[in-house]
Design a protein around this ligand. Structure first.
Ligand code: MCN
Ligand code: CUN
Length: 798
């Protein structure tokens, strides 16, 4: 099938030297980033700009008795101290979350998590604002907090959301999926069942740039302009307009260069609203920039799932049923960033890459006195948790039956000829070839050799054990069919607008927003491919709601599956019009004009010497347009995907576990990914490397922790450990190509695959080093003391 007949094009057609599909074009954006010319929110300075500092609660659960800002106001340079009362006057004291909950912008009555926003000090400069914040006196009546989800469900637990009518406990939702009865039946009749409890700890996305905003109310134009760290500028504009009452056409959101998002910049945070409210009231621009610990302690966290998985199988290791029960800590508000209709994101894809007859999952969401969030952090809407669960469970089953973990996967994979495939929990997988990816990874990892080496070390009672971990994950990205996926009611389509200039170059405007993924390059490559233009002649613009077409933003690895499709379709519309101009220029009938992908030229059929380039056509569109056509050369597309895309991969991790110290060293790290047709292999490689590093952080280092008083004990970079170059091994990457059958260029997303797929491979490797002694699980992060304790319990420590 070829792109011209609407189907995805195979990779062998890629690369014509113009920077089209499949070429590792150097990233256009890097020139400004590596020469210090990036323009981030904190770089924006406006005349008369004020600075906002937020006063935060030291307590996790407390009623506010009084707030006295007089000592702060007495400071030279402090312009205002804002509290919930001031916001109430403008109806801005609360804001909706993406899950239809209501969150205080500034605490009105009761603090519900440590570092919650209590007041704001606005001053002439940042230092004065900070000094002022320290002088705001708040009287608290301290209440007992509850930070653990299980504790929060107990009858005597303090009620966190007592302002909600009908809320009698800390329970948010019960949600289930799959066929309970059928699954129970499979479990009753199965030869073998295994069960394992596992926690996916609370994580934080921790982008290099924290969140921030510069709000600028212009009373002359009645217009609010907000430069902010946003992964979804248009959706934020709509919500902003709804909350503030300012008509949407009078709100402009600009997301300039963003220093990493990783999901952290999808939700709306009180700081943004406070900055805007302050600008509105004071009629001057107001800047709010978060500090690192504010970012970790208060903005959207990730995971925090306590899961119990079960598998039912035959004695040959054929999986018949999967069951999972989850306790989900959502923090003080239900503020997860995900499509509105999915209370647990896309967690229900937990049967993974396996052909399973029956599956059932049940989840309970719980309020606790911790920061709100959930979902965010390179997660594809909780696919991270689902993949962790199933890939860990398959290892547990393999150990129970004493079958090789690669072999047990092979016995259960959805066969490559079974696609499109409907899973037991109702997902329609578009395409896949799991065995191929696994075989490639096994070969790259020299699997058999390491299995022998592992055995040798056990027999020789070596000081360092060897462990081999596998993960053969399936992702679901590209939300999403508008019928299924929306954010606050807005369907999750996306858009592209291409304008070709008279001199033959073009501007592409897209509805998604890059935070480092390289869209300015890769989206230009799609246009280069589809129009036969040189990639250098295409500029990509994004992130300004005044100029870009409406889109739902970048998260859930949806940019390529949705906006990438919109770009290809818009380019093909331009190509159609170009044909009519070519016919006019070449004095031929339009039906006789053919487009040649290889040369990028338009030709008269049967007369190859009569051809014309897109540059000449562009000139024709403005200087000599056909009488029956409008002048100009441009097109727009709003794309609602028919289905999501299902990238996949196989990762193999080989570790050495030191029996004396519990330290884990990476011996080999192999990642084979399949994201369908590839736009830019080098960009993909970068995405994989970064995501694998984050997977290592997840498995080995990172965790947000709380003590019993609700104090965040993992809320800064001294305690929340990010991986550095020291911890990151050399990655060996490979790929297979299984195009998406419904995507115009056959591409699937890839941005989150490595973070989704790697943690179970790493944990499986560490467990594998000890499984001969009966170890079935180690919780993340697998710190040396945790691993040593496990070694000790298994009688392996020395
Ligand atoms: N790509 C490609 N060929 C494909 C698929 C993707 O060349 N078949 C390219 C794309 O053109 C794009 C990049 O790979 O330049 C990622 O594409 P995609 O998988 O569509 O993901 P998004 O662009 O929607 O990015 C979002 C994803 C998410 S949800 C998180 S979280 C994350 C991630 O990307 N945050 C990131 N990667 C990140 N990388 C950086 N540097 N910074 C972040 O904040
Ligand atoms: Cu889940 S983090 Mo990304 O979808 O922005």
């Amino acid at each position: 099938q070829h792109a011209d007949d609407g189907g995805p094009q195979p990779e062998k057609h890629c690369g014509h030297g113009r920077g089209g599909m499949g070429e590792s074009v150097t990233r256009k954006e890097d020139k400004r980033f590596i020469t210090g010319r990036g323009n981030y929110v904190d770089d924006i300075k406006k005349p008369g700009m004020l600075h906002c500092e937020i006063v935060r609660s030291p307590h996790a659960h407390a009623r506010i008795e009084d707030i006295d800002g007089s000592r702060a106001m007495a400071l030279d340079g402090v312009v205002a101290v804002l509290t919930a009362d001031d916001l109430l006057e403008h109806d801005l004291a609360t804001m909706p979350t993406l899950m239809d909950d209501t969150q205080d912008v500034l605490v009105n009555d009761k603090v519900k998590f440590q570092s919650q926003e209590v007041a704001a000090v606005i001053a002439e400069d940042r230092y004065t604002a900070k000094d002022g914040a320290e002088k705001v006196e708040v009287e608290y009546d301290v209440l007992d907090p509850v930070v653990d989800a299980e504790e929060a469900l107990k009858e005597d637990a303090p009620l966190i959301r007592d302002e909600l009518e009908d809320q009698e406990d800390n329970h948010i939702f019960d949600w289930d999926t799959g066929d309970k009865e059928a699954t129970e039946r499979v479990f009753e009749e199965a030869d073998v069942t295994v069960e394992q409890q596992m926690e996916y700890q609370r994580l934080h996305p921790a982008p290099i740039e924290t969140c921030g905003a510069v709000a600028d109310w212009d009373p002359g134009k009645d217009k609010m302009t907000v430069h902010m760290t946003s992964q979804a500028p248009h959706a934020h504009r709509t919500l902003f307009s709804q909350v503030s009452g300012i008509p949407e056409h009078k709100v402009r959101i600009v997301s300039p260069d963003v220093g990493g998002g990783f999901g952290n910049k999808v939700p709306i945070y009180p700081g943004y609203v406070v900055a805007a409210a302050a600008s509105y009231v004071l009629e001057r621009p107001v800047k709010w920039i978060e500090e690192r610990s504010e970012n970790i302690q208060t903005t959207g966290f990730a995971r925090d799932y306590d899961m119990t998985g079960e598998i039912a199988a035959t004695e040959d290791g054929v999986i018949e049923g999967v069951k999972v029960d989850v306790l989900a800590n959502h923090g003080a508000y239900n503020a997860a960033a995900q499509p509105s209709k999915f209370p647990a994101g896309f967690f229900n894809i937990f049967t993974g890459s396996y052909d399973v007859d029956a599956a059932y999952g049940s989840l309970t969401g719980v309020f606790t006195n911790t920061a709100p969030g959930g979902v965010a952090y390179r997660c594809s809407f909780r696919v991270t948790e689902a993949v962790y669960l199933i890939e860990r469970m398959v290892k547990v089953l393999a150990d129970e039956l004493d079958v090789d973990p690669a072999e047990i996967r092979r016995r259960n994979f959805i066969p490559s000829d079974a696609f499109p495939y409907e899973s037991a929990t109702g997902w329609n997988y578009d395409s896949g070839d799991y065995e191929k990816a696994l075989d490639k990874a096994l070969e790259m990892a020299d699997y058999e050799h390491y299995r022998e080496e592992q055995q040798r070390r056990i027999e020789e009672d070596a000081d360092k054990l060897l462990g081999i971990g596998i993960s053969s994950f399936t992702e679901v990205v590209g939300a999403g069919p508008g019928k299924q996926c929306d954010i606050a009611g807005i369907e999750m389509f996306d858009s592209a607008d291409i304008r070709v200039n008279p001199t033959g170059n073009a501007v592409l405007r897209i509805g998604v927003q890059t935070q480092g993924q390289g869209h300015e390059t890769t989206f230009a490559q799609i246009v280069a491919e589809e129009l036969g233009m040189d990639v250098d002649n295409i500029t990509v613009e994004h992130g300004d709601t005044d100029t870009e077409p409406y889109g739902l933003g970048t998260y859930g690895s949806r940019s390529t599956p949705v906006a990438g499709a919109a770009t290809a379709v818009a380019a093909r519309k331009v190509r159609e019009k170009a044909k009519s101009i070519a016919a006019n220029e070449l004095e031929a009938a339009e039906e006789d004009i053919e487009w040649d992908r290889e040369s990028g030229e338009f030709r008269v059929a049967g007369a190859p010497d009569r051809s014309i380039t897109i540059t000449e056509i562009a000139a024709g569109a403005y200087m000599n347009h056909p009488g029956d056509e409008e002048p100009g050369l441009e097109a727009v597309n709003y794309y609602d995907p028919p289905e999501m895309t299902y990238p996949f991969g196989s990762y193999i991790v080989i570790v050495e576990v030191d029996r004396e110290t519990g330290e884990v060293d990476f011996e080999k790290f192999v990642a084979v990914d399949d994201c369908g047709n590839r736009i830019n292999p080098m960009v993909i490689e970068g995405q994989i490397h970064g995501g694998l590093a984050q997977g290592i952080g997840t498995a080995m280092l990172e965790e947000v922790t709380y003590d019993d008083n609700g104090n965040v004990t993992g809320g800064d970079f001294m305690n929340y450990l990010l991986p550095t170059a020291n911890e990151i091994p050399n990655f060996e990457t490979g790929h297979t190509v299984t195009p998406s059958p419904h995507h115009p260029i056959g591409a699937k997303g890839v941005g989150e695959s490595p973070t989704v797929g790697s943690p179970p491979a790493i944990v499986n490797a560490v467990v594998d080093a000890m499984s001969h002694a009966g170890v079935s699980h180690v919780e993340m992060p697998m710190t040396p003391d945790r691993v040593w304790e496990t070694l000790d319990e298994a009688g392996l420590a020395i």
